[in-house]
Each structure stands twice: as structure tokens, then as C-alpha cells.
Design a protein around this ligand. Sequence first.
Ligand code: UD1
Length: 341
Amino acid sequence: MKILVTGGTGYIGSHTVLALLEAGHDVVALDNFCNSSAVSLTRVERLSGKSSLLIEGDVRDRALLDQLFAEQAIDAVLHFAGLKALEESVRNPLEYYKNNVSGSVTLVQAMAEAGVWRLVFSSSATVYGEPSQMPICESFPTSKPTNPYGRSKLMVEEMLQDLVNADGRWSVALLRYFNPVGAHESGMIGEDPDGTPNNLLPSISRVAVGAMKKLFVYGGDYPTADGTCIRDYIHVMDLALGHLRALEFMRDQRGVNIWNLGTGIGYSVLEMVRAFERVSGRAVPIEIVARRVGDIAECWADTSKAAEELNWRAERGLDVMMQDLWCWQSKNPYGYSRLEK
Ligand code: UD1
């Protein structure tokens, strides 16, 4: 198939492009490089020995999309492009609605016009809010998110549901990611956040390479075994493969399908720090500080729906996640060099 990957040079996008190329698909990647570098795809091409077409542009640019769909016979779209920094979304909400919501509206309009009806959307476990019970099944109600980032994800999910209700030609997958971590085993591609990272694993690895002095652990008084929050961390290559399985499933299906992409196992912040130290041999000094606003105590997935319907399960365990993260971070202490372009 020929797949359009929006946000194709970003963290999850680039790993998924690699998985698509390795599976024999053709890839057209679209990215505005607002939080990523074209170097990721240069490296994907080196790793796969295959090339993809990279177009610089924005998903809100309708003329560009129309031209792209007219020139390329796209079979399906994987839509990763979007902003994802939760705190930034509180300070600058309109950017989130413009990029994440308007961007998605423009994309599906252009798809419909071009007769492309298959769409995989990068959603998030954040749409479940704070469920009263674990593990989280897809049938759990979505809840009102507490920040514009979460609201933008839920809005797009609901918009896509409405779209499918209105037009039976659509086949839409809503993939609810838990916490993506790690990197490709080669250490050639990985997560490269701009500035100070917001998420746990990039923060741990930056402390380990000396780019940050210590890790602030947000809250040591949660009702969990060691007092720190529990999350379901999933290796980014497992996550990428989940997209391929979803695409296969959607070949002869219409309507909306929702799948959790997680491992089904929860680890605490302190367990993650210890695992990283064990695997890397580096010390990660920590300081336990106040809770971060909006964090929930625990969150992990029920993965049985994806296992049954997609025949997909995350296969890489905690040590592999840490090994691959460390391999990427130690080979690329400053992420992708902007000079390499
Ligand atoms: C958040 C978002 C999620 C989004 C994901 C990726 C919510 C509630 N969560 O997940 O939607 O998809 O980021 O962008 O909307 N921690 C520390 N110190 C740090 C960093 C994190 O202790 O320096 C802790 C956090 O308190 C949390 C855990 O590590 O308990 C994981 O945090 P993080 O990596 O930011 O992911 P989430 O908040 O789970």
C-alpha cells in the first residue's frame, strides 16, 4: 500500500515509517518540522535500505494536501502530526486547537475529496481521564480531559466518530497510546524533544548523560506500593507494529475501531529509574518533589481487544526499552544534530 504519514519525522512517526518500509509499503511523509528533524528519515532510509518521499508542509495547508493526493495514489493515512506538550497546551491553547483539531479537520476534508477513506489516528489514553478501575478497557467511558492537549485529542476522536456516522465509506482507527518509550534497537532513531523534556524517560536519560543534574520525581505520596505513579510504558517499535496491524485489519472493514496500544503492565516511576540504572550502569540522582498537576496515580491498559482482533501484542519488555533508550541517548547525546541535514 501507499501510506501518507503525517508527522512522519517525529518520534512515533519515524519509527512507524521504518516499520512500514520494512513491511514493503510505500511511504509519503508530510511534516512541518515544528518539533522534529528531517535527519530522522535520512536515518530510516539508511536502516531500511529503502526510500520514502518527504514533503515539507503543514496538515492545515489544504492546497498542499489536494496537490499531494492528486499526485500520489494514497491508500491510507496515518495521522501523527500534532502538538503534544501538555503544559504548553495550557499556556497556548489556540495553537493546540489549530494544529490538532483544525489540522485533522482539513486532513479529512482533503481525504474525502480525494476518495481516501482509511485513517489511523494517534490518540491517547488521556481520553479516559481518571478511571476508577484498572486495567483500562476500550469500552470505558471517555472523560472530560483537564487540559487543552487532552481535549484536542478527544475532540478529534468525537469528530471522527461523527464523520463515520455520516458517511459509511470511512474506515477509522483510533489508537489510544499508553506511554511510548525507547528507540529503534540500532540507536539511530529515537525521541528528540526540543528543550527540557516533559516526559519521564527522556528526562531520565538526559540526567544519565549529564545534560540535567537530577530527576525530579513528581509526588512520592500516591496510593501505590512505593508512593510514585504507575504507567504502562510501551516500546515505540511495538507501538509502530500496532499501526501496521491496524492497517491490515482495516483493509476490508468500515466504521470506527478503537484499540488500546499498551503492554498491560504498569511500572512505578521509581521502578523505571531503577531499571534504567541497572541496564545502563549509570546513576540517576532523584529528588522527590510535589505532585504535578493533572497526574493520575495509575494507568495501564487492558490489551485483550488488540490481541484478539489485531493479533498484536507488545513483545519488548522493560529491559529492552531501557537498553534501546540508552543506546540512542548515548550515541546521540544531543539528539539529531541539526547540522546533519
Ligand atoms: C503524558 C500525558 C499523555 C501524553 C504523554 C506523552 C496526561 C495525563 N498524560 O503522559 O496524554 O500522551 O504525556 O506526551 O495527559 N514524571 C516524573 N518526573 C519527570 C517526568 C515525569 O516524576 O521529570 C512522572 C510523572 O509524574 C508521571 C510519569 O512520570 O507519573 C510519566 O510521566 P510522563 O512521561 O510525562 O507521561 P504521562 O504524564 O503519563
